[in-house]
Design a protein around this ligand. Structure first.
Ligand SMILES: [Zn+2]
Ligand SMILES: [Zn+2]
Length: 401
């Protein structure tokens, strides 16, 4: 991408600043949970029609919306934004704070939608010169519901078939003004695990007459961490975190049952297989040796790992260098062990990559991590960059991935 093309697109996005900020703040005030993005979807449909996007299709993947900017040739690429918010109480006094108790755009998906609407406006204006079509994919249910799958089932990657697809995610560990890129593994395979340790109740003063399931569960949980630390390849990142533990009724009775619920995060299939084998087979022996029984279930509907396609990352990197300058393109050093259902698009066979839109700004006090109750960003500064990047990446993908 030529530097002047990129800076023209950024200048255009900056003229859209008031709209971008208005869109994001409206969505921020009215967050909706996963797969219930009805008002958000209606808002997107209205804005796309206002912009003049020719083809607008609501109800793709339940509450998803697809827009199509037709270009001068038949090939088509995609851009994706997720739309859902989190069950989280916002703790902030900004005028655009959430108006809905217990719901908050704490992951920045409001910004993603605003950036994609901005990209739609830029691409629509240049449709006479656009070397192909751009499908605008507004996806529901990223935060655990796997909304990407519903859109794929409804044919979002076909009719017209996508040659490649890109998405952005705001990132608090990348400085505002910078674009973060990552090759290969980007986010983890996620799986939930549920375990029940069954012992036998007895008087607390006679543990020998029962089986203390709390003591056995404690040992089992330590064993899981030790297994990962001592028996798996740590260069391949992975972890198990137990976020729930329940058991027992009173201080002087041996608990007969302990239930724990956790999440497994892995990158390479070998690491995942090792953890699965330990949890479902070997751990049982350890629990059995203590006289208790173990029941384990690994829920299979977690997200696959996101693996960014090198060719799409090349396009993003080249575009970012032209737009924000080489000094503002940051290599994301490590994959993160969060989950991201954008992975499904790549898994379905379309070259796909996600890049980071930096939002960290210490001077202005924007440092709260994603999924925290004080998460926010300098939207006036970052949204134009996000919108211009998406539009430019689409054009560059059309020129050849
Ligand atoms: Zn999130
Ligand atoms: Zn997110």
């Amino acid at each position: 991408m030529k530097r002047d093309t990129a800076s023209r697109m950024l200048a255009r996005a900056r003229r859209l600043r008031a709209k971008l900020v208005g869109w994001r703040r409206h969505l921020h005030m009215y967050p909706e949970p996963s797969m219930e993005e009805h008002e958000t979807a209606a808002f997107v449909v209205e804005r796309l029609r206002e912009i003049g996007v020719e083809k607008v299709m609501p109800g793709v993947g339940k509450t998803g919306v697809v827009g199509l900017v037709r270009g001068q040739r038949s090939k088509t690429v995609g851009l994706r934004a997720d739309m859902d918010a989190l069950e989280l109480e916002e703790e902030s006094n900004v005028p655009y704070r959430s108006r809905r108790a217990g719901l908050m755009h704490g992951c920045g998906h409001d910004a993603h939608v605003a950036c994609l609407l901005g990209a739609a406006a830029i691409l629509h204006e240049m449709r006479d010169r656009l070397p192909g079509g751009v499908k605008l994919v507004f996806q529901p249910g990223e935060e655990g519901a796997g909304g990407a799958r519903y859109m794929i089932e409804d044919g979002v990657l076909a009719r017209p078939k996508l040659r490649a697809i890109a998405a952005l995610h705001v990132a608090m560990d990348t400085e505002a003004g910078k674009i973060g890129i990552r090759r290969g593994y980007d986010t983890a395979q996620t799986e939930d695990v549920r375990m029940v340790v069954r012992g036998k109740a007895a008087h607390a003063a006679r543990p020998d007459q029962g089986v203390d399931s709390i003591a056995v569960a404690s040992q089992a949980l330590v064993a899981v961490q030790q297994f990962i630390a001592r028996h798996t390849n740590l260069v391949d990142r992975k972890l198990v975190t137990f976020g729930v533990i329940r058991g027992g009724t009173r201080a002087n009775v041996l608990a007969d049952k302990v239930e724990v619920v956790g999440t497994i995060r892995s990158l390479e299939p070998e690491g995942r297989a090792a953890i699965t084998k330990f949890l479902t087979r070997d751990l049982r022996k350890l629990v059995g040796a203590m006289g208790a029984r173990l029941w384990v279930r690994i829920e299979k509907d977690g997200y696959p790992p996101l693996v960014n396609d090198d060719r799409v990352v090349d396009v993003v990197e080249e575009t970012a260098r032209a737009m924000v300058g080489g000094g503002n393109v940051a290599e994301v050093a490590q994959p993160n062990l969060g989950g991201e259902d954008f992975a499904y698009f790549g898994l379905a066979g379309v070259p796909a990559a996600m890049f980071r839109l930096g939002i960290r700004d210490e001077r202005k006090g924007f440092t709260s991590a994603g999924h925290s109750s004080t998460f926010d960003m300098d939207d006036r500064r970052v949204l134009p960059i996000g919108a211009a990047m998406l539009a430019a990446v689409a054009v560059r993908m059309l020129e050849g991935v």
